[in-house]
Design a protein around this ligand. Structure first.
Ligand SMILES: O=C(O)C(=O)C[C@]1(C(=O)O)C=C[C@@H](O)C=C1
Length: 270
């Protein structure tokens, strides 16, 4: 089994990929960006991809949502990780003038950074483990990353966890082929657009209500077809093969101006 993830080794995406693979011999393929993970999955149906999709403090990862809209990939599993960030450096006695991390991680530590490092330069990089690597290579004074990434890069811990409380990130496992594998807790994700008429979103939401389906997320993103035009990302509890879910989705598909089933999948939660 091959699994592409946002690398290098030690990113939270790496930890999520490790949770997905049970096979010791599985090959984990580090990618520089989330776009690259999507590209690899699209090129080779034997490779799975792991991407972050939503964080409990900072919200959605828009690159992931935009790729889900435009690319033909399926969600085959959700993995939820508790995320704990540490401020790390190579040489604790050195003054810190620059701190690198992934933009999501910097935002998840916003309050701490404002309180303790207000005038320090914050450098946004592709992943938390890449920030740790930059710190090891003396390109920045400090990094925000996981304990594991700090250890991998022989960094010392200055402080942590430094993130906002209740910090969880959802990751999706992607595949070029759909795989409807049920687990203990199952979810289904769709994207739809409504016709530009009064009450059209309300009428679609009424269908979920009619079939007694629990929405776990709804988010609008620009459809990228014009100002004021949106697509709605919706996650619901339930599996697509359950009668209520499949009946509701059939009606929603008929009533929408655009509809895409992203997948029905089980959830792995720590
Ligand atoms: O930089 C990493 O370690 C990632 O896996 C990316 C990412 C994200 O994009 O949300 C994943 C989990 C954390 O929320 C912070 C960063």
């Amino acid at each position: 089994m091959k699994v592409a993830y946002l690398g290098p080794v030690g990113s939270y995406s790496y930890e999520a990929a490790k949770k997905f693979v049970k096979d010791e011999n599985a090959e984990l393929v580090p990618c520089d960006t989330i776009d690259d993970v999507f590209e690899i999955v699209l090129e080779d149906e034997k490779i799975y991809g792991v991407v972050p999709v939503e964080n409990s403090i900072e919200g959605s990862v828009s690159t992931t949502l935009d790729n889900l809209l435009k690319e033909d990939v399926y969600i085959i599993k959700e993995i939820v990780l508790k995320v704990e960030h540490y401020l790390c450096c190579k040489e604790p006695s050195k003054k810190i003038n620059s701190i690198a991390s992934h933009p999501q991680a910097l935002s998840q530590c916003h309050d701490y950074l404002r309180k303790h490092y207000k005038n320090v330069q914050l450098i946004q990089v592709n992943s938390t483990s890449y920030a740790a690597k930059m710190c090891k290579e003396d390109k920045v004074d400090a990094a925000i990353c996981s304990l594991f990434a700090a250890q991998q890069n022989s960094l010392k811990i200055i402080d942590g966890p430094i993130n906002h409380d209740n910090n969880y990130t959802r990751f999706f496992v992607l595949s070029k082929n759909p795989s409807f594998e049920r687990g203990e807790r199952n979810k289904t994700s769709i994207i739809f657009s409504t016709y530009d008429r009064p009450g059209s979103l309300y009428k679609i939401l009424a269908i979920f209500n009619l079939y007694d389906l629990n929405l776990t997320k709804i988010e609008s993103r620009p459809a990228k077809t014009g100002l004021g035009e949106y697509v709605f990302f919706v996650d619901i509890d339930g599996f697509v093969e359950e009668d209520d879910v499949s009946d509701a989705l059939k009606v929603i598909k008929r009533k929408s101006s655009f509809y895409k089933l992203l997948g029905s999948y089980s959830v792995i939660k720590e």
